[in-house]
Design a protein around this ligand. Structure first.
Ligand code: DQA
Length: 146
């Protein structure tokens, strides 16, 4: 079933969605996002493996695991977007299409958020659409890998 599974990766602090700076990130929880992504993917014929971690190495291990059984990767790397070289290296190594999602429009925020190392290895970058960005990512990958 390699071709019918997507990996959804959320990085540090995204476990706190719903209560974390709701004026920026909204009131939707990570559980809500994982649920809606899983539901939509199922409608489109895919299942989803979800992972959230506050630890860079755990995110990298989850990305590596996708190599054997996932057709595409949706990732919100959180603050690691702006600091990590290892995460884009892992994404490149697994050779799967990547959609990078940010709830907020990082380009309208502090200058240190304007650059993401992950964007250079993503096919698509979605920023500022809130939780809907994850659904756009599912629709893109479902079409892309079918
Ligand atoms: C974020 C934007 C990042 O700059 C921030 O560190 C996050 C969340 C977003 O979804 O808008 O943790 O990735």
């Amino acid at each position: 079933m390699t071709d019918r599974r997507l990996l959804l990766v959320n990085g540090p602090n995204l476990n706190l969605l719903g209560t974390r700076q709701p004026e920026i990130y909204g009131s939707t929880t990570l559980a809500d996002i994982e649920h809606s992504v899983t539901e939509l993917a199922a409608e489109l014929g895919f299942d989803v493996r979800t992972v959230q971690s506050n630890h860079e190495g755990e995110l990298i291990d989850a990305i590596h695991a996708a190599r054997t059984d996932c057709a595409g990767i949706i990732i919100n790397p959180g603050a690691y977007s702006h600091t990590s070289v290892a995460i884009p290296d892992a994404l490149t190594a697994v050779e799967r299409p990547v959609v990078e999602v940010h709830l907020s429009n990082i380009h309208r925020r502090e200058a240190f958020r304007h650059h993401s190392y992950v964007s250079a290895v993503a096919e698509v970058v979605i920023a500022g659409a809130g939780p809907a960005g994850y659904e756009y990512a599912v629709r893109y990958l479902a079409g892309r890998v079918s």
